[in-house]
Write a protein of this length. Structure first.
Length: 159
């Protein structure tokens, strides 16, 4: 089995390091940024401007490496990495649902950004409420809300 993943662009944000970065878009206070899609993929942006939100899939390029058990930002207890959104994953792929403000050529202007500057963009998908919203599902350990942390600290810095 092969799995070739190549970046299709770059995400630019005001966040240069993990500490102080919002841990999810909902905590970003409308932080603006831009996504530059490489020219060979720009044609794929056709008709995206009709969506209010988009999913950005990206490589967590400052991830410290994989850990199978982590203490996530919203807790003080250790959990399996796959039960968290921590960046210390075997394949450090990030997923953020951001607000799409406008498209200018191959540049997407976005807000509610929680992504580190220079992150390689892997894919873009439209947010579709009919498919992507499940407000009554169980949320595991997060239901206990052990901490109200909204920004990252240094626990997942690259060493």
């Amino acid at each position: 089995m092969t799995c070739d993943v190549q970046p299709i662009g770059t995400i630019y944000s005001p966040f240069g390091e993990p500490a102080g970065t919002p841990i999810q878009p909902v905590f970003s206070d409308d932080t603006p940024g831009r996504v530059e899609v490489l020219a060979p993929y720009a044609e794929g942006l056709a008709d995206l401007d009709g969506f209010d939100r988009i999913w950005l899939l990206y490589w967590c390029h400052q991830s410290p490496g994989a850990k199978l058990r982590v203490v996530p930002y919203r807790d003080t207890q250790e959990h399996g990495v796959f039960a968290t959104r921590a960046p210390a994953r075997p394949n450090p792929i990030g997923l953020s649902c951001v607000r799409l403000l406008r498209i200018e050529g191959n540049i997407l202007h976005v807000s509610e950004l929680d992504i580190l500057d220079g992150s390689p963009l892997l894919d873009i998908k439209p947010y579709v409420p009919e498919f992507d919203s499940f407000p009554t599902v169980r949320s595991g350990w997060l239901a206990a809300k052990r901490t109200e942390r909204e920004i990252a600290d240094d626990r997942f810095h690259r060493i």
